[in-house]
Design a protein around this ligand. Structure first.
Ligand SMILES: *Cc1c(COP(=O)(O)O)cnc(C)c1O
Length: 359
């Protein structure tokens, strides 16, 4: 047996208390409804197991994943019946698997309804398409006898434009209400993170935030400013080389940065293969996590110089003479700010954080 490899020189530190605090605020904000949590895609990249454990601890009882394999990963942490599989059964095998494990599929079509009934399925959720034209049963199929045979726990739909003030929100809400009147269910659910800011008419008995739990702000103009969410994670990467360059020298691929003065630069072990995309070239910044910053002051930001490469990024260390090879830097990654700087959505920015981190 070879010795165990040391951890890679970059890490994603998830703060369970801040995750719990975010969910608790969203739960309170959901009024008479309770909040669930979308933990699909490895909890948007933050680590589904850590996140699920943290949220279960503060009282979350409804978890949403996309695939049954994602659900199976969580059954040792929370009750399988509290895990809802949004894509529903893909095949007879998948339906049998979910029935055996006790996961709750979201039925999205008549075909999925029969797969689930044939598997002897019990309780399930039902997704109705009210206009997004993505997954979900058509409104016209709600009266089908197959649907009548389902034991529906949550009747849900998904909003297309919840992050905007669009008339489509109200149209979808009315269709969802209509569906709720046709198919009996224990819970009714419509709102994702952005939907929560549309107000209580959109809550039903269960909301389904994802992005907000992870510190994202889904609307640019939140109507309600009483909710303030933490960024519950931080990214740190090691300084793997420090060098001095003279005025006129360039940094990185294609020499896009030219030093205008003698500059002390640091090579940091994070790059686009880790999800620190090339959009950060010349735009991102890092800070020294070992320095105590007065909370009233802006931290001293070390700007990214030149292009981000696959495994490395260079920053200006001129104003941080105390930092040396082997020290760690914190990569600034506030989602709203990151979206502004890169033009990418906050969802993409989170979920692209790569597999090379120690979480
Ligand atoms: C991903 C997802 C959510 C969570 O959405 P956010 O915008 O991240 O809050 C809720 N419902 C469904 C059906 C989803 O697919």
């Amino acid at each position: 047996m070879p010795p165990e490899a040391p951890p890679p020189p970059l890490r994603l530190i998830v703060d369970s208390d801040l995750l719990g605090a975010n969910w608790t605020q969203l739960n309170r904000h959901s009024g008479a409804a309770r909040a669930g949590a979308a933990v699909k895609a490895n909890a948007y990249g933050l680590g589904a197991e850590t996140v699920t454990r943290a949220l279960a601890k503060v009282g979350c009882r409804d978890f949403f994943v996309a695939h049954s394999s994602e659900g199976a990963q969580l059954v040792s942490i929370v009750d399988a019946a509290s895990i809802s599989v949004l894509h529903g059964p893909q095949s007879a095998e998948d339906a049998a698997f979910m029935a055996a494990v006790g996961l709750r599929p979201v039925i999205n079509s008549l075909r999925q309804a029969s797969l689930w009934l044939d598997a002897g399925g019990g309780a399930c959720d039902l997704m109705v398409d009210t206009g997004i034209n993505r997954l979900g049963l058509a409104m016209g199929d709600l009266g089908d006898p197959l649907i009548g045979r389902l034991q529906v726990l949550t009747l849900m739909s998904h909003l297309a434009c919840a992050d905007e003030d669009s008339p489509m929100n109200e149209v979808q809400r009315l269709r969802w209400r209509e569906a709720c009147a046709i198919v009996p269910s224990r819970d009714q659910s419509l709102a994702n993170s952005a939907g929560i800011s549309l107000g209580p008419d959109y809550y039903g008995t269960l909301t389904r935030p994802g992005l907000s739990i992870y510190g994202g702000t889904p609307r640019n103009n939140p109507q309600d400013k009483s909710i303030w969410l933490y960024t519950p994670f931080r990214i740190e990467a090691a300084l793997i080389q420090v060098r001095e360059i003279a005025a006129g020298e360039t940094v990185g691929y294609n020499a896009t940065f030219t030093a205008s003065r003698p500059t002390r630069i640091g090579v940091v072990s994070i790059g686009y293969a880790d999800g620190y995309l090339r959009a950060w070239s010349g735009k991102g910044s890092m800070i020294n996590p070992g320095r105590w910053y007065d909370p009233r002051e802006q931290p001293l930001e070390l700007p990214v110089l030149g292009r981000v490469s696959m495994d490395m990024t260079v920053v200006d260390l001129t104003h941080e003479p105390e930092l040396h090879e082997g020290d760690w830097l914190q990569v600034l990654y506030s989602l709203p700010r990151a979206a502004g700087a890169t033009g990418l959505s906050q969802y993409e920015l989170l979920t692209t954080l790569g597999g090379r981190f120690v979480r």
